[in-house]
Write a protein of this length. Structure first.
Length: 432
């Protein structure tokens, strides 16, 4: 049970978390290296198995007259089919007799009727045109052209290489550098700096107080403003993109590995590559499923407030609404203030986060929420007159927020955060 109210001023108590920027950059580097390596290997396989052979057929294979010796519908162990044509032709003084699978990929398909229809155009004894590999004449095809999937699939490894390579380059460039040194080096691309405190442009009226404009965009239905939820870590969309891209790559390579077994020529290197990729893909799907359960299954949480931004000494009303058909074990809404400090410890730059204030606004135990009948509660929120306002700088930051935590039956525990901005009293002239 959380205490009703506690305030900590200049004492080593409360909830404290520390973290190393070097460790954070190492984690980013490892994550990026995995993506970059997977992208490079995926690119190599797609180029070697699909794109380059198709390009060579259209630019390097040599046209030659040939004679059809035999035509048949080939079948693998699973009943899939492909057209197979035995042809003979001359290359210089050599007589070449070889089976070809109509196109360079020679893939199996489920449509046997289509294979039979195609082979009707190549009866035994008929003269035809083929294209052969000048370096290996036994490799020949009956048609040239391009297939969309051999080139569209290159987008998958390109996305992996871009994401992993960019993040890896950033991790290497900032390795061993302090937050201060990175900040002094000039601006860096937004969205990459996951592990450093954000800064606020100095030309704002209160340069070290976060802007509250994005928190006041939505009017409330009960009170003046509806607060947007903040995200902890990657949001659902990012998790979904990572999971989909990764598992699409797994499906492509798994299909190629399975086809090699069906053809009686197992590709053990490809199989060894696919197995760890598939395990990571399953973890990504489990991660996505949990995020979907929390985001969509539990139901939306709405928080509205009577005024915003807030000021020290101000009193406000808060409205909470939790929807969903749930059997709730516990639900708590807290006003929280956290201080984050960045400091040097030896050669490492570390961050420490300490909860310096908390106020329990809403607390409910053991109740049910019916379909279409959300749980609703109102509470009074007070910012202590002596409290520090919101603050963001290179070395320190003060964050105010509303934190709702819930435990529900048959669902993961969840936490939803709603950022607040507390300005100095002189900034707004007071509010209540």
């Amino acid at each position: 049970m959380f205490p009703r109210r506690s305030i900590i001023l200049g004492k080593k108590r409360g909830e404290r978390r520390t973290g190393s920027n070097a460790l954070g950059r190492a984690a980013l580097g490892l994550f990026a290296a995995v993506f970059f390596t997977a992208g490079i290997i995926s690119l190599a396989f797609i180029l070697l198995k699909l794109s380059i052979p198709e390009w060579r057929v259209n630019h390097q294979f040599v046209q030659a007259p040939c004679q059809v010796v035999e035509a048949r519908v080939g079948t693998d162990n699973n009943g899939l089919t492909r057209p197979e044509i035995l042809i003979k032709f001359k290359v210089g003084d050599r007589d070449i007799t070889t089976w070809n699978y109509f196109d360079i990929h020679g893939g199996y398909h489920a449509d046997e009727a289509a294979a039979e229809e195609l082979l009707r155009n190549y009866p035994p004894g008929q003269e035809a045109i083929c294209w052969f590999d000048p370096y290996q004449p036994e490799t020949a095809v009956m048609v040239r052209g391009y297939s969309w999937y051999a080139w569209l699939m290159l987008l998958l490894p390109a996305a992996f290489i871009s994401l992993g390579g960019g993040s890896l380059a950033y991790a290497l460039m900032t390795w061993g550098k302090s937050t201060e040194r990175i900040a002094a080096a000039g601006p860096h691309p937004p969205g990459l700096d996951f592990f450093l405190p954000a800064t606020v442009p100095a030309d704002q009226p209160f340069p070290f107080v976060p802007d509250s404009q994005n928190l006041n965009n939505s009017p409330g239905t009960i009170l003046a403003y509806r607060l947007p939820p903040g995200f902890v870590g990657l949001n659902l969309a990012a998790i979904a993109i990572v999971s989909v891209l990764w598992n699409l790559a797994v499906i492509i390579f798994a299909r190629m590995a399975i086809q090699s077994f069906r053809a009686g020529e197992p590709d053990w290197w490809l199989t060894a590559f696919v197995v760890p990729l598939a395990l990571v893909g399953l973890l990504c799907l489990a991660w996505l499923a949990r995020a979907v359960m929390i985001t969509t299954g539990i139901g939306p949480t709405l928080v509205e407030i009577s005024a915003h931004p807030l000021v020290p000494g101000g009193a406000y009303e808060v409205y909470l609404s939790q929807a969903g058909r749930l059997k709730v074990k516990s639900l708590h809404l807290q006003l929280v203030c956290e201080e984050t400090a960045t400091y040097r410890q030896g050669t490492n730059t570390r961050r420490a986060t300490r909860r310096v204030y908390e106020d329990l606004l809403v607390s409910r135990e053991a109740f049910s929420i019916g379909q279409g009948l959300p749980f609703e509660a109102r509470a009074q929120l007070e910012i202590p007159a002596q409290a520090m306002h919101s603050f963001t700088a290179n070395h320190n930051r003060i964050d105010w927020k509303l934190v709702m935590r819930g435990q529900v039956s048959r669902w993961p525990d969840f936490e939803r955060i709603f950022p607040l901005v507390v300005r100095p009293r002189a900034a707004t002239g007071g509010s209540s």
